[in-house]
Design a protein around this ligand. Structure first.
Ligand code: NDP
Ligand code: ZN
Length: 355
């Protein structure tokens, strides 16, 4: 089979590999729809998780089950599935403690395109299929459903972790597909006022559609100052960090008021340390907490997110600005994600709508 891979740090290309073997609880899946992620860009071009050789990229997929292990009960060949980006080892200490994304060590639930070949292959392996796959609801548009495995689960987690009070104010720093999903999550959680920070016009348009009440450009002056001023000198109840470089926590904390949670979902690809503003953080005593998380995976999470889409609570297809057809287009889609043209939110590849 062929796959599109990270050949080494800074280099991508097509590779030929054997189809993966599966164990008794696993599944072999073929992709129906795929999407590249900004995390793939950090992984390849920043070498953010270290060297990887000929590792097939990608962790956002819908698929069709090709083969299942002898102990798999709820899935059979031909079933269409949502494949979460994060596929934890559910029978582990970390999962039992409630942190399934961190099973087997920090970020250990993130297996595709990190510890094993990802989903940009003609076939890919899914561990513990009954717990990690979800059935794709019939008739759900693929451009919408393919946002569930990573964009929705990550953005919604950002909003959930930021503890937004009903009617409270929230600032979402970064409105790429992850931040936009956080805005939709904040809206679903009952935020009163939602600040969206970013500049790409298409992202701004969708931010408004998802519930943003105020648009802030980080290019028009200090982000925190703009938010503090707009809130009468107070700052916001919650902050979600979904973009920006290593200094972004300075803006996030300076925009937060006492009691706020700064919920980071950004992947910091470079640098050894991240600065926190001493004064803005009340010289360490501001009652401003910082939350972090790798997006939740697993079956139940995917089923709940699918219900949000199925019952029309939000439409993730608004983020699919560039839709390609055919497996080979994965390369073009990934390069688009790297280059981030101004009209891009998220590229999607429909591999085969007839599968
Ligand atoms: P994008 O690159 O599409 O979006 C980044 C956003 O940040 C843009 O809106 C950009 O603005 C904005 N931005 C850039 N600089 C600043 C700044 N100084 N202040 C405020 N905003 C700024 O990224 P994605 O949405 O695809 O991904 C966001 C992050 O989430 C990535 O780091 C990704 O790796 C990570 N991620 C984390 C996951 C997790 O589990 N925690 C899972 C998936 C992704 P502009 O409009 O000007 O471009
Ligand atoms: Zn991702």
């Amino acid at each position: 089979m062929k796959g599109f891979a990270m050949k080494k740090i800074g280099e991508v290309g097509w590779v030929e590999k054997d189809k993966p073997d599966i164990g008794a609880y696993d599944a072999l899946v073929r992709p129906i729809a795929l999407a590249p992620c900004t995390s793939d860009i950090h992984t390849v071009w920043e070498g953010a998780v270290g060297e990887r050789t000929d590792m097939i990229l990608g962790h956002e997929a819908l698929g069709v089950v090709d083969e299942v292990g002898s102990e798999v009960k709820d899935f059979k060949p031909g079933d269409k599935v949502i494949v979460p980006a994060i596929t934890p080892d559910w029978y582990s200490d970390a999962a039992l403690r409630g942190f399934s994304s961190q099973t087997g060590g920090a970020l250990g639930g993130w297996k595709f395109s990190n510890f094993k070949d990802g989903v940009f292959g003609e076939y890919f392996h899914v561990n513990v299929a009954d717990w990690n796959l979800a059935h794709l609801p019939e008739g759900m548009p693929l451009e919408a459903a393919v946002m569930i495995p990573d964009m929705l689960t990550t953005g919604f987690m950002g909003a959930e972790n930021s503890n937004i009070p009903l009617g409270g104010s929230v600032a979402v720093l970064g409105i790429g597909p992850v931040g936009l999903s956080a805005i939709a999550g904040a809206e679903l959680q009952g935020a009163g006022r939602i600040f969206a920070v970013g500049t790409r016009p298409k992202c701004v348009e969708v931010a408004k559609a998802y519930g943003a009440t105020d648009i802030v450009s980080y290019k028009d002056g200090n982000t925190a100052d703009q938010i503090v001023e707009a809130t009468g000198g107070e700052g916001v109840d919650s902050v979600v960090v979904a973009g920006g470089g290593p200094d972004i926590l300075i803006d996030a904390i300076n925009a937060a008021r006492a009691g706020s949670v700064v919920s980071n979902i950004n992947y910091f690809g470079t640098g050894d340390t991240l600065p926190i503003p001493r004064e803005g953080w009340g010289v360490g005593m501001a009652d401003i907490n910082i939350a972090t998380g790798l997006c939740p995976g697993g079956r139940v999470r995917m089923e709940r997110l699918a219900d949000i889409v199925k019952y029309g609570r939000m439409d993730p297809a608004l983020m699919a600005t560039h839709v390609f057809h055919g497996f080979d287009k994965v390369e073009e889609a990934l390069m688009l994600m790297k280059d981030k043209p101004r009209d891009l939110i998220k590229p999607v590849v429909i591999v085969d709508e007839n599968l």
